[in-house]
Design a protein around this ligand. Structure first.
Ligand SMILES: [Zn+2]
Ligand SMILES: [Zn+2]
Length: 113
């Protein structure tokens, strides 16, 4: 058992994120706050609005897992919550909307044959 210096809760070792002094929940809050500028309250608002599903593919994550906070890297505006695959996918496509549409068309067209 160990005490988290941020929230002061005493928790088992398994509730601590690797290589950090803080518990997983504090770590998560920290990530949201500093990486995305989102508070846990804002996250849950989005989460509720999206019914806990990825805004692109509709995947619902199991309890205890969190959707990625997708934000516009230029403006910092939060676009929505996405599953890790979709979030990574957007990155792979370099957020090029034409390429993403083309990819969808490409798959559709090949299905018909
Ligand atoms: Zn904590
Ligand atoms: Zn998704």
């Amino acid at each position: 058992m160990r005490k988290c210096p941020r929230c002061g809760r005493i928790l088992p070792e398994t509730d601590f994120a690797p290589r950090t002094r803080h518990c997983k929940l504090c770590r998560r809050d920290y990530d949201w706050q500093y990486k995305y500028g989102i508070t846990p309250e804002q996250y849950y608002e989005l989460y509720k609005a999206q019914d806990g599903k990825c805004k692109i593919c509709g995947t619902k994550l199991e309890d205890g897992k969190y959707l990625d906070v997708d934000h516009d890297k230029e403006t910092g505006h939060i676009r929505g919550l996405l599953c890790n695959s979709c979030n990574k996918g957007l990155g792979m496509f370099k957020e090029n909307t034409t390429a993403i549409r083309n990819a969808a068309d490409y798959l559709e067209n090949n299905k018909k044959q």
